[in-house]
Design a protein around this ligand. Structure first.
Ligand code: PEP
Length: 252
């Protein structure tokens, strides 16, 4: 009952021409694919080009970040409304790179979540523990804090537009994927947190993606886990064949 989502986070990669080329490749590789929501998140400068290339394809557009105010004196920032105007359906927030490299707090991320919900955009909220936190047995505390604070103040109905992505930081860009069992354990825990915070219906309906070195060779096992509803893919989303194979995952 949860529509799987496979989302590609392109990070700081791809000129407009390269974005159009990758999207055209995906359109032909994924033609006729049903039963999965495919999303790509190019850098801001390629959004308009990507929106034009995606038109009519069924592949949805996402941005990688936003600022939680609609307009104003915020030099260098981009609002949910501008992203909507550029053709975005989703925005990724709380990625570990933004938390670690740009010092984003749970409170700031929560403001972005509210701004996106207010302006009618879907949210992909990233959460996940570092290796140090996992080794210190703090994984569950970290996930609890990130979910509670990240989604604080949302009405249960607003959760219809929210997707959570569990991305253990030690697995991002490292080639080290969580095992199927580690992913399932974390996802089941996140679903239990959603149940506490929003009730059983929201918990059952909310998609929880796994992210962290997802590749064609490991996606099928991950997607076989009952609480893994899709993947947020970094490196492998930059190559047409790899991302297309991930979107065509085949759970056992
Ligand atoms: C990411 O950046 O969200 C990610 C999961 O990256 P990678 O797939 O390269 O580990």
């Amino acid at each position: 009952m949860r529509m799987p989502m496979i989302a590609g986070n392109w990070k700081l990669h791809k000129t407009r021409a390269e974005a159009a080329e990758l999207i055209n490749g995906l359109k032909s590789e994924l033609a006729g694919l049903a039963g999965v929501e495919v999303v790509v998140a190019p850098p801001f400068t390629a959004l308009e080009t990507a929106a034009a290339a995606l038109a009519g394809s069924g592949i949805l557009l996402a941005a990688q970040n936003c600022y939680p105010e609609p307009t104003g004196a915020f030099t260098g920032e981009v609002s949910p409304l501008l992203l909507k105007d550029a053709g975005c359906r989703y925005v990724i927030v709380g990625h570990s790179e933004r938390r670690q490299l740009f010092g984003e707090s749970d409170e700031f991320i929560n403001r972005k979540v509210h701004a996106l919900v207010r302006d009618g955009l879907g949210v992909i909220l990233c959460i996940g523990e570092t290796l140090e936190e996992r080794e210190a047995d703090r994984m569950f505390d970290v996930l609890r804090r990130q979910v509670r604070h990240g989604l604080k103040g949302l009405a249960p109905e607003a959760m219809a537009g929210v997707v959570v992505a569990y991305e253990p930081v030690w697995a991002i860009g490292t080639g080290k994927t969580a095992t199927d069992e580690q992913a399932q354990e974390a996802h089941a825990f996140v679903r239990a947190l959603l149940r506490e915070q929003f009730g059983p219906d929201v918990a059952d309906a909310t998609r929880i993606l796994y992210g962290g070195s997802v590749k064609p060779g490991n996606v099928d096992g991950l997607m076989t886990q009952p609480d893994v509803d899709g993947a947020l893919v970094g490196g492998a989303s930059l190559k047409t064949e790899e991302f297309a194979r991930i979107a065509r995952f085949q759970p056992a």
